[in-house]
Every structure is written in structure tokens, then in C-alpha cells.
Design a protein around this ligand. Sequence first.
Ligand code: NI
Length: 170
Amino acid sequence: MIRPILIHPDPRLKKVCDPVAEITPEIRTLAADMLETMYDAPGIGLAAPQVGVTKRVIVMDCIKEGDPEPIALVNPQIVWSSEDLSTYEEGCLSIPEQYAEVKRPAEVKVRWLALDGTEQERQFSGLWATCVQHEIDHLDGKLFIDYLGPLKRQMITRKMEKLKRERARA
Ligand code: NI
């Protein structure tokens, strides 16, 4: 089921999300819905708070061509970050059509709980590394625009307020 995506500014996007105690059918449904919502948007990553659920769940698929590689990460934790940084032009489904360059560690090792209840660990690089850090930030109430200067951030926030007013009228 496709769920509506919250648009910034929204207090639910600023909350620190709760860890998931165990993988329940509800969590599996949430992850499946999030993947469907992400592919529909379309996007390469989505965090539970973006669909109004303040739980530590993210989904991603950074394969642009070829077979899809959907993954769902519950309680993801960065356990190692490279000193090398890389810069990507980031966007966010909660901040439509706004993009800005953000510098982050080029590689990260992440540990998480998979939907089958097993603990997983994987090293991410390239776009996957940027995406997983962006999504984990969402679980701590942080958006990519928080890395920008105050003027740029305010400009984007005003555009989003305007977009929300327009959508509310439509
Ligand atoms: Ni985002």
C-alpha cells in the first residue's frame, strides 16, 4: 500500500524515532509499504518518519538500471565511517524538487536488523553510502538541508511552505 509522504516542514520529520523492539507483521507491512511508496515516488531511499511512523526503519534501492535491489534496515547503526569524504547532490522525497550538495563520509559500515530477524552488517560506498547516511539522519530528525547554510535552508523551507499551501488549496 502506498502511503502519503510528509512534506517539510512537519514536526513529525524532526523527531528522534524509537528503536524497534522486535520484527512483527506490522513492521514487515510497514517496510513493504515503504518500498512500494519509494518506488512509486520514485526515490532511492525512504525513512519511516517520512510516512508518519516514528520508528527506526529505512528502505533503499540505489540501483538505477538493472535488477532492483530493495533492502529494509531496522534499527540501522553506523559502526564505522571512512575519513574520506564524498560530495553528492542530494534530494529528499519530503523536500520535492530541491537539491543541494552535501559532503559525507565516502564509506560507512552499517549494522541492522533484517526483516527475518537476523543481524546484518555491510559496508556501503558510492551512492549507497550517501543514501544510507541520509536515511539514518531522518531517524534522528535530521534533514539534508540541515547541512546547508541558514539562508539556503530558509529559502528551501519557504518554497516548501508555499508548495504545501498550494497543495492544500488544490
Ligand atoms: Ni530524505
